[in-house]
Design a protein around this ligand. Structure first.
Ligand code: SAM
Length: 249
């Protein structure tokens, strides 16, 4: 049987495609692509003419049997999305889950991913972070989601669309007033920018320069200050008492 390769593709700069990815895209029998017209540009740039089949959120479940049929016939397949790493806020999870359950050989090829690229350039702690995907579009749901994230002490990372970036900053002004926020915009592209500041400062900056709210964004938010634990306080009080008694005070 063939292999399913899960292939990361560029998030802007075409030079970021790895040589291994280019080789696999040329060598497989078929490429399952989120949007075949979009990916046709990447393949043309690479001079690759492997046939494509669409695989997007609306047909992913139905495609499993078709693609499994190709694999069992000995064909290898590459899965790509419009940009970055498939399955990361992109189609592919259902396919990979189902093919794994059927014991198929699956090989992921590492490469561009907006959240990792943003974190690696932002200068906020990276030892622990939570990726929250896209925040909900509706204001009430977004508020609730942010409430849920509010007490988390690790760095928070979200994807955001340009239509909502200002609304999200306004919500952060109310719900995460004191945090440091980094907006990583247009990563790997000509107008790549990192803006850092409080939610209010960034909101004002975007209001002054609307160009700064264009393009694609990753939002990175510093974690909540560590909570003082009730238990730790009482342990400390006991330690203090013991120390005082030992001193004969
Ligand atoms: N699979 C992709 C990945 O590996 O990053 C993510 C796909 S998701 C549908 C698209 C979102 O990723 C955008 O709305 C934006 O938040 C983020 N994104 C993708 N490319 C980006 C870039 N060049 N600069 C900043 N954010 C980007």
């Amino acid at each position: 049987p063939g292999t399913l390769y899960v292939v990361a593709t560029p998030i802007g700069n075409l030079d970021d495609l790895t040589p291994r990815a280019a080789r696999v895209l040329a060598d497989v029998s078929r490429i399952a692509a989120e949007d075949t017209r979009h990916s046709a540009r990447l393949l043309a740039h690479l001079g690759v003419n492997t046939p494509m089949i669409s695989l997007h959120e609306h047909n992913e479940a139905q495609r499993v049997d078709t693609l499994d049929g190709y694999l069992s016939a000995g064909e290898s397949i590459a899965l790509i999305s419009d940009a970055g790493t498939p399955l990361i806020c992109d189609p592919g999870f259902v396919l990979v889950r189902e093919l794994r359950a059927r014991g198929r050989h699956i090989v992921p090829l590492p490469g561009p991913c907006a959240l990792v690229t943003a974190l690696s350039g932002a200068g906020l702690p990276t030892d622990r972070f939570t990726f929250g995907g896209f925040l909900p579009a509706k204001p009430s749901a977004r508020r609730q989601a942010l409430e849920k994230w509010q007490s988390r002490e690790e760095t928070l990372v979200f994807y955001e669309s340009p239509h909502r970036i200002v609304h999200t900053l306004e919500a952060l002004c109310e719900q995460m007033t004191e945090r440091t926020v980094v907006l990583a915009r247009e990563l790997t592209k000509t107008f790549e920018t990192f803006l850092q500041g409080s939610p209010a400062a960034l909101r004002d900056q975007l209001a002054e320069d609307p160009n700064q709210s264009r393009g694609e964004f990753v939002i990175i938010i510093s974690g909540a200050p560590p909570a003082v634990q009730g238990d730790e306080q009482s342990i400390n009080a006991n330690e203090l008492l013991a120390a005082l008694l030992a001193e004969g005070v």
